[in-house]
Design a protein. Structure first.
Length: 170
C-alpha cells in the first residue's frame, strides 16, 4: 500500500519536469506537450497547427504515462479524468496563460489565445486514484498511420555535389 500524498507528489513533480506525456484515451496513446497547472496537466489541440487529441472527450478517462526528460524512460503512470475547459472561463484563461508560455513556434504569437478559443480544445487531465505499477517490457507499438515520410530517393545530382565539395577542401 502506497501513501496517497507520496503518489500525488510523484505525479506532480514528474509531470512538471517532463516535456511530453503519453496520453491514452479511447484510442492509441499519443505524445502531447502540456503544462502542469493547479493540480492537473493541461493540453491544447484539435485545431489547425496544433496537436491532435483523438480519443480524449470531456467527462472521459485517460491513462497518462510520464517519461524522464533526460533518458526518456517511464517514471510514473496515472489515471486521469478529462475535463474540457469552456473558452473564456476563469479556469480556461488561467490554463491558457500557462500554455501560451510553453507553446513553441506559434505563427500567430499574441493572437494565439483568441485562435485557441475559436478553433481548439483545452483539456484538463486531473489525476485520480493511486499511481499504477509500471509494466515490464518496452510497450513499443507500431507507428500510427501518417502521410509523413523520412526516406526518399536521394536527388541524382547529390553525389556529384558532395564529391565536388570534398575536392575543394583538399
Amino acid at each position: 500500500m502506497t501513501d496517497p500524498l507520496l503518489d500525488q507528489a510523484l505525479v506532480e513533480e514528474a509531470t512538471k519536469k517532463s516535456g511530453l506525456i503519453w496520453v491514452q484515451g479511447s484510442g492509441p496513446a499519443r505524445a502531447l506537450w502540456h503544462v502542469w497547472h493547479e493540480g492537473a496537466a493541461h493540453v491544447v489541440g484539435d485545431g489547425p497547427g496544433e496537436q491532435p487529441l483523438p480519443g480524449l472527450a470531456d467527462g472521459g478517462t485517460a491513462t497518462v504515462t510520464v517519461r524522464s526528460k533526460d533518458k526518456g524512460g517511464r517514471l510514473v503512470e496515472w489515471a486521469a479524468t478529462i475535463t474540457e475547459l469552456a473558452a473564456g472561463s476563469p479556469e480556461w484563461e488561467a490554463a491558457v496563460a500557462e500554455l501560451k508560455g510553453k507553446r513553441l513556434n506559434a505563427a500567430d504569437g499574441e493572437a494565439m489565445p483568441e485562435r485557441w478559443a475559436r478553433e481548439c480544445r483545452v483539456l484538463r487531465l486531473e489525476p485520480v486514484g493511486a499511481t499504477a505499477e509500471l509494466p515490464d517490457g518496452s510497450l513499443a507499438a507500431a507507428p500510427l498511420p501518417s502521410s509523413a515520410t523520412t526516406r526518399r530517393p536521394i536527388p541524382a545530382a547529390l553525389p556529384r555535389l558532395l564529391l565536388r565539395r570534398g575536392r575543394r577542401r583538399h
